[in-house]
Design a protein around this ligand. Structure first.
Ligand code: ADP
Ligand code: MG
Length: 431
């Protein structure tokens, strides 16, 4: 199957060729023809599967088929949860639309609104926006949305997680009733299905991978370690492995800042990226990380969601997320573009419950490891029976007080659910 077979027109095919894409990804194969037919779509596919092009290419084609209205009202609205994602979609639109006469702009909060207002006044066919800034400008009467024909909700699950439900309702109320709706999500949760029922009309449901399965080529490691030893262990892993580009997830903004500072003290260049950072700080941190100037990026889930960070060999979960799906998103940061990756989770005694939830979602047990010199002392607070089956015999005694050194083993594997690297469905290699 080629992009041409999917019904895309010549100017788009040329732009795709310039980008170096050879074959459509599975989600693109399914999505593009349906969008071209004008139907509503509810699509789920894991991170990094090319969803942006999946909606952008057919959307651009539909918009270019129609005669441009002379005052260029907004005809397509793309909503996305974060500023970084909005900017990233803008970058892709720039590439895909280079041989078309369409205009777009990107608006988000945290920066001066005037340049955005000016761009809108000049007329844009496509508006990429975060919900807050969009409503803000609309309330100020600086923006009209009564000509919107296509609405895209990108990363809809994350928008719900971030509490945008009410904003979304308000925005949808403003839009014309008759419009095409495209909803993209990494997961197909109950909430997403409900959202789809409210916003979409007879949608075609598409999913390119089985629901919520993990990215397969990624090797997953779980290391049991005490909370107060995690920073030291992180530094050891990075230094001894000589890892040059590492993404670390923490649960809180403060945690991200603290860890980043400690890494800097250990002479490991690092930056934290989270919602409290200014837009400029976030952009420059990401750019520094991509260019290799910054070795470690410490991020919260929300900040990292959907960012296109290619070829990332190492992801560390400094803390496990309490939402199991977030684990899948996090480790989806590794092994992009056919590269293999390793995802390491540092698990304290109080996080074993989260681990169990993650294993349930994955449908597999993850091997616990213990690193010499970092043997955990804090007891696991999860259901003890189950956990003991997972652990090596020497761990059966309760951990009170330091254990004799000779009983430790370096990086011992516990349990038999070893995380074997599996083959990955790689659409860029397979064809
Ligand atoms: P998602 O939104 O599903 O997480 P993206 O749309 O951000 O994924 O795409 C991930 C990466 O894959 C981007 O760098 C994009 O340029 C690239 N990509 C998208 N489609 C193709 C394709 N058909 N062939 C090769 N690379 C692609
Ligand atoms: Mg995306």
């Amino acid at each position: 199957m080629s992009f041409k077979d999917l019904g895309l027109a010549e100017p788009l095919l040329r732009a795709i060729n310039d980008k170096g894409y050879e074959t459509p990804s599975p989600i693109q194969e399914k999505c593009i023809p349906v969008v071209l037919e004008g139907k509503d779509v509810l699509a789920s596919a894991q991170t990094g599967t090319g969803k942006t092009a999946g909606f952008s290419l057919p959307m651009l084609q539909l918009l270019s088929q129609e005669r441009e209205k002379h005052n260029r009202p907004v005809r397509a609205l793309i909503l996305t949860p974060t500023r970084e994602l909005a900017a990233q979609i803008g970058e892709e639109l720039k590439d895909y639309s280079r041989y078309l006469h369409l205009r777009y702009t990107v608006i988000f909060g945290g920066v001066n609104q005037n340049p955005q207002v000016r761009a809108i006044k000049q007329g844009v066919d496509i508006l990429v926006a975060t919900p807050g800034r969009l409503l803000d400008l609309h309330t100020q009467n600086l923006l009209r949305l009564d000509n919107v024909e296509i609405l895209v909700l990108d990363e809809a699950d994350r928008m719900l997680d971030m509490g945008f439900q009410r904003d979304l309702n308000r925005i949808v109320d403003i839009l014309p009733h008759k419009r095409q709706n495209l909803l993209f999500s990494a997961t197909f949760s109950k909430e997403i299905k409900k959202l789809a029922q409210t916003y979409l009309t007879h949608p075609v449901s598409l999913s390119a991978t089985p629901e919520n399965t993990t990215v397969e080529k990624i090797e997953q490691r779980v290391i049991r370690v005490d909370k107060d030893r995690k920073t030291a262990l992180t530094i050891k892993l990075i230094a001894e492995g000589d890892w040059q580009q590492v993404l670390i997830f923490t649960r809180t903004k403060h945690g991200a800042n603290r860890l980043s500072q400690k890494l800097e003290k250990a002479k490991i260049t690092s930056a934290a990226i989270h919602g409290n950072k200014t837009q400029n700080a976030r952009t420059s941190a990401l750019a520094g990380f991509k260019s290799g100037r910054i070795r470690v990026l410490v991020a919260t889930d929300i900040a990292a969601r959907g960012l296109d960070i290619p070829l990332l060999p190492h992801v560390i979960n400094y803390e496990l997320p309490n939402v199991p799906e977030d684990y899948v998103h996090r480790i989806g940061r590794t092994g992009r573009a056919g590269a293999s990756g390793e995802a390491i989770s540092l698990v304290g005694g109080d996080e074993v419950d989260y681990l169990t939830g993650i294993e349930k979602l994955l449908g597999e047990k993850l091997t616990r490891q213990i690193i010499l010199g970092f043997e955990p002392q804090d007891p696991e607070t999860a259901p003890i029976k189950k956990q003991q089956e997972q652990r090596p015999p020497r761990d059966k005694k309760p951990h009170n007080g330091p254990k004799p050194k000779h009983k430790q083993q370096n990086q011992s594997n516990a349990g038999d659910g070893a995380a074997k690297p599996k083959k990955r469905r790689d659409w860029r290699r397979r064809r």
